[in-house]
Ligand binder design. Structure first.
Ligand SMILES: [Zn+2]
Length: 216
């Protein structure tokens, strides 16, 4: 079974919140869990979070994980012009590559018009994970030009469902299974005024459910 665990490292629940509790409390807990389970993951950072939390980027790299880009400050590429989008990606990579190699990319909100593959390729990106099977993408793992697309398998809230329900969903996913979650899901969000699916089972319950998924 080929499984990949990825995290989109951003401020809390964009575009609804501007806090960074996920960075302050969630990401350190996630890194502890990954170390305990001896699992390596890909962390797609926005450059803005890397700039504000450089010690967490260094921890990600030192503990053997992959650093990827989640654009500069979570700008949605479908809402920018091609030129603006290209500039944001370039600016993001400039910041992130001060920490180490970056060859992977995931677009904010998984909104990724196909002409961006060329832009990624020009900027030395080899792997993209901006498409999602649950958003209707059916191409599987394949190349677009020089860039290998490795689509996400499920939306992030799936890994917070009660275990007896999510286990049925996992069994139906095709290989490779590519999971993703965000640091802010691992701090309690129940009191925030955000969509229900962004709130349920957040905090320590999410940590223990992710641990269970890794064991599974
Ligand atoms: Zn995101």
């Amino acid at each position: 079974m080929m499984v990949s665990i990825t995290f989109d490292v951003e401020h809390d629940c964009p575009p609804y919140l501007t806090t960074m509790r996920g960075m302050e409390e969630g990401l350190p807990k996630l890194l502890d869990l990954m170390a305990e389970k001896r699992v390596r993951a890909t962390f797609f950072f926005t450059a803005e979070m890397a700039r504000r939390f450089p010690e967490l980027v260094r921890r990600v790299i030192d503990e053997g994980h992959e650093l990827g880009s989640h654009n500069y400050n979570h700008e949605r590429l479908d809402k920018l012009t091609r030129e603006e989008g290209e500039k944001a990606i370039e600016k993001s990579l400039k910041v992130l590559r001060k920490f180490g190699d970056v060859v992977s990319f995931r677009a904010p909100n998984l909104q990724f018009p196909n002409y961006y593959y060329d832009i990624l390729s020009k900027n030395g990106i080899l792997v993209d994970s901006s498409k999602a099977t649950y958003k209707g993408y059916r191409g599987g793992v394949r190349f677009f030009g020089d860039v290998l697309e490795v689509p996400a398998s499920t939306t992030s809230s799936v890994i917070r469902l009660p275990w007896r329900i999510q286990r049925i969903i996992h069994g139906r996913l095709r290989e490779p299974r590519v999971y993703f979650a965000h640091p802010w899901e691992f701090v309690p969000m129940q009191r925030e005024k955000i969509r229900w699916d962004c709130r349920f089972n957040t905090g320590d319950q999410a940590i223990s459910l992710l641990g269970r998924l890794i064991d599974h």
